[in-house]
Design a protein around this ligand. Structure first.
Ligand code: ZN
Length: 434
């Protein structure tokens, strides 16, 4: 695969996946196209050697895998890749309707560690999952996406806040409700009625009787794009961490299927991963238990396995270079970053990082390393949680980026393809334990 084709597909995936639900739906479409079979957790499974399968939980987490053979599992383990499907954002509250000064606005809840200032003055739309009752009384869920800009959070003019450039802070309750429309004095608008209309327009054949509940997020309608005089950057929302989901998916699809390989993409990383479908929940383990039910055999498989946990890293920002350790400042477009933290905020150890360096050399991709400044707190990701949950040797890596958790993030346009090459090499590698 050429890097320009990879990047084109990545930009489309980012733009068409405004929520974790849409990301999982788009990933399952690509898996289906490649011949992967869907497995339902509630059904009995009949899996066979050479088969390719995927399982979805809650519409927001996914496990997809290639089964080489039981013998390969026992002697060579499973090549695992992990990423997360969720991104920090503003979610619509359950009773969101606000009417102030003739404007209809929505109450919003902050999901995860949102960088709030960049959400102002953007052309916002709404997307998510809606659960409804149809005319026969049956409950169903469907995804909705308004696509066009329907909301905005306008800034306060500088003339009304002269100190804004020195000390602007954002009060999430007061400052964030977006404006959706103007209303007459006694006109009452209802979010569920709006959603009912939206659902009917997206699914004309569905007999919607009543919207019960929803998980809706605001998102920026500006599509993902290449930026820079030489197009050396990718600008988009949700680079953290849909970029890694896409890398893992493409690597799994490109692998030669001589090894057992698996991709897990979990929801709820941005809020600590503790949920039925999060990395702290039992989703991945329950899939592994069904593939290899005998505990002793499964332990043997896991001892031979390796997890590549992918989540973006902080590139050293030229205007704020002192926020990085002088010897560990990853640069955009200089390759994937190995993330190391002795206090186990990252699961990397010297053997897992050595294996990653060895794979990078094999495919002629440079790599970098990141350690947080000794006087600053370190972030974390699904790597240590998964390693702690199933006992697999793990490395935390990621593409370096700027503006993590902003509504518009920036990464290098060569790094995603580079990490994809390394991940594919991992999937096809015969031996993954030092
Ligand atoms: Zn992340």
């Amino acid at each position: 695969m050429k890097s320009s084709v990879f990047n084109d597909e990545l930009l489309t995936f980012l733009s068409e996946s405004p929520t974790q639900f849409h990301a999982v739906q788009n990933m399952t479409e690509l898996l289906k196209k490649a011949g992967y079979q869907s497995l339902e957790e509630a059904d009995e499974w009949q899996v066979r050697n050479g088969g390719r399968y995927y399982v979805v939980r809650n519409g927001s987490s996914l496990v997809a895998f290639n089964l080489a053979s039981k013998e390969a599992a026992a002697t060579q383990g499973v090549r695992m890749m992990g990423a997360h499907t969720d991104s920090p954002c503003l979610k619509v509250k359950p009773n969101p309707e606000l009417f102030q000064k003739g404007y209809f606005q929505l109450g919003v809840e902050v999901y995860g560690g949102v960088l709030l200032n960049p959400w102002f003055d953007r052309d916002l739309s709404l997307a998510g999952r809606v659960t409804f009752q149809d005319k026969s009384g049956t409950l169903s869920s469907a995804l909705v996406n308004f696509i066009k800009p329907v909301a905005m959070i306008p800034s306060l003019a500088i003339h009304l806040d002269r100190d804004v450039n020195n000390n602007r802070s954002v009060n999430a309750q007061r400052d964030l409700p977006p404006i959706l429309m103007q209303v007459n004095g006694d006109e009452m608008i209802n979010m569920r009625a709006i959603l009912c209309e939206q659902l009917k327009s997206e699914y004309p054949s569905v007999d919607v009787a009543k919207i019960l509940d929803y998980e809706l997020a605001l998102y920026d309608t500006q599509p993902a794009a290449l930026v820079g005089l030489q197009q050396e950057f990718i600008a988009s929302a949700r680079l953290d961490n849909l970029l890694s989901c896409f890398i893992g998916l493409k690597a799994l699809l490109s692998s030669d299927a001589t090894q057992n390989a698996l991709l897990v993409c979990n929801d709820h990383e941005e809020v600590g991963s503790l949920s039925a479908e999060g990395a702290q929940g039992p989703f991945l383990l329950s899939v592994l238990e069904r593939l290899w039910p005998d505990p002793e055999f499964r332990t043997r498989v896991l001892r031979k396995s390796f997890m590549l946990s992918m989540d973006n890293a902080h590139g050293v920002h030229p205007n704020f270079a002192d926020r990085h350790d002088g010897n560990h400042g990853p640069v955009l477009n200089q390759g994937p970053v190995i993330k190391i933290n002795s206090n186990q905020r990252y699961a990397t150890n010297s053997e897992s990082s050595s294996l990653f360096r060895w794979l990078c050399e094999k495919v002629a991709v440079p790599c970098q390393s990141f350690v947080v400044r000794s006087d600053m707190a370190c972030g974390s990701t699904i790597g240590p949680i998964t390693a702690g949950g199933i006992g697999v040797t793990t490395i935390d890596v990621g593409v370096p980026q700027f503006a993590m958790h902003s509504i518009r993030e920036l990464a290098g346009s060569r790094d995603a393809f580079a990490l994809y090459q390394v991940a594919t090499a991992l999937c096809d590698c015969e031996r993954v334990i030092v």
